[in-house]
Design a protein around this ligand. Structure first.
Ligand code: SAH
Length: 468
């Protein structure tokens, strides 16, 4: 099984930096099912090709088989196609041997990681259930030019007909990590066999690697179903969580956030009041380790850093741009080491389960939920209240009733164009009560900002405390 990747952009040998593999020597890696070798059949300034050769040991496969019995019928036999076709073994090898490149890291030339290059990948051979049409339906929507050679079962006996095997070539202007990711996810989908047991963490894996392209792929249902090997419960969960991609909107949100919403709310100094209320609530809970979810440009983080009560502060946002701004505004590069150690910023989404979100005394979610589509709220609820499960959660969102009090806001308009909804006090209260009941938390709601007798306060805050 052979994968080659060719770059023709001088200096083409930069491919070695991107793959973390020197073009000038052969490297071999033992894997549980055989061996992987990386080498470069050509390495010149104008053209450089890296090869990943997989040597699968079919006998070892049967002897060392792990997982529940009955897994993958073909693996029961010593003679099978696994050494010869690209399959989930190739995906495992990519993750093990080219893991840094797959993750978009380059130690020596990080600036190359985000560069789109004209790249060509050739796979000899892929096993495809669904024919050439399916092959094209998978790769063409991702922008690749696809060339395919279909192989006969046996050249000497044409009457035996065609095999499932194809030689596949993909050409595109892509980032290397995206090319590897597409191959990583889609090869097992083409092959429709997996050598390992499909469990719950496969959903996470698929969503992580599918981030940025799977939710808009026209074949996303078939890809999900096959990737999760027809485990309908898992496929349903994955599809529900894939409904849409928030990142682009979130990116847009942060840039205009300051301008639009802050201008409307400015006369009230609402932002300052909100931060004070949140910090007070956190201190009241005795929280020392706090994670700020949807931290944006780091307004709350600044207040937390100033207060010695908080030992460990983590800010998470889906938007890289927001995190960059936070990094600058908080002057992280110039903080004294002791201060710097208290704070970490990380990119992540609140609607995907993430182990890094667990283990905190308190989580804050300040003016964030209204940026999530209502259809994604259920995913967010589980991520935070079921999986991350901090002892306390402090959450704020606008009170839409109060909008009538903003002179500069036309009637019926929300405070920000990225807001998917703004709730009345009754709607908010229903939602927080439902969460408290479902996930075992106590909750109370509080007004933040100047209160209007009839319409309430501009911001509504909920404080959740875990019952166990
Ligand atoms: N909490 C900050 C920012 C609020 S703006 C403050 O009070 O100033 C909303 C923030 O939520 C934006 O920075 C946006 O990038 C982020 N966001 C939106 N959807 C998200 C998601 N699914 N996961 C993580 N962050 C998200």
């Amino acid at each position: 099984m052979l994968l080659t990747i060719t770059s023709t952009t001088p200096p083409a040998t930069d491919l070695g930096y991107l793959l973390h593999k020197s073009p000038f020597r052969l490297q071999s890696f033992p894997l549980s099912f055989g061996k992987a070798h990386v080498f470069y059949p050509e390495a010149a300034n104008e053209r450089c090709t890296a090869a990943l050769l997989l040597d699968v040991d079919p006998v070892g496969l049967v002897r060392n088989r792990r997982g529940p019995s009955g897994e993958g019928g073909t693996l029961d036999q010593y003679v099978n196609d696994r050494p010869y076709v690209a399959s989930s073994f190739l995906s495992v090898a990519i993750a093990r041997v080219l893991g840094s490149a797959l993750g978009g890291k380059s130690k020596d030339k990080p600036e190359l990681v985000d560069v789109q290059l004209p790249l060509s990948a050739k796979l000899s051979v892929v096993s495809v259930r669904g024919g050439e049409k399916f092959l094209r339906r998978l790769f063409e929507p991702l922008g690749y030019e696809v060339s395919v050679v279909h192989h006969q079962l046996d050249e000497k006996f044409p009457e035996w007909g065609e095999s499932f095997c194809y030689t596949l070539e993909l050409n595109g202007n892509v980032k290397l990590r995206d090319l590897l990711t597409h191959i990583y996810v889609l090869i097992p989908v083409l092959d429709n066999e997996k050598h390992y047991w499909v469990g719950d963490d496969e959903v996470e894996k698929l969503l992580r690697h599918g981030s940025g392209w799977l939710s808009t792929h026209p074949e996303k249902e078939e890809i999900t179903k096959r990737y999760l090997k027809y485990r309908r419960d898992l496929a349903r969960e994955a599809l529900a969580r894939l409904v849409e991609e928030e990142a682009p909107n979130a990116e847009a949100a942060v840039v205009v956030h300051d301008n639009e919403e802050a201008i409307i709310e400015r006369p009230l100094l609402l932002n300052e009041q909100r931060m004070k209320a949140v910090v007070a609530a956190l201190k009241n809970c005795g929280a020392k380790r706090v994670i700020d979810l949807g931290c944006g440009e780091g307004k709350l983080i600044r207040s937390l850093l100033e207060d010695r009560a908080f030992d460990e502060i983590v800010g998470v946002d889906v938007s890289h741009r927001a995190l960059e701004i936070a990094h600058e505004r908080l002057k992280l590069d110039r903080l004294p080491a002791r201060q710097r150690e208290r704070l970490k910023l990380m990119q992540g989404s609140l609607t995907y389960r993430d182990k890094r979100l667990a283990g905190f005394d308190a989580a804050t979610v300040i003016e964030v939920i209204e940026h999530l589509d209502e259809s994604r709220l259920a995913a967010f609820e589980r991520v935070l209240f079921e999986f991350a499960r901090p002892a306390f959660v402090v959450l704020t969102t606008p009170n839409v009733e109060y909008n009538a009090c903003f002179e500069t806001l036309p009637a019926g308009k929300l405070r920000h164009k990225d807001h998917r909804f703004e709730w009345t006090r009754a709607q908010f209260s229903n939602w927080v009560n439902h969460i408290a009941e479902q996930y075992g938390y106590d909750v109370r709601t509080l007004p933040v900002g100047p209160e209007d007798a009839a319409l309430g306060a501009p911001t509504q805050m909920a404080i959740f405390a875990s019952k166990n």
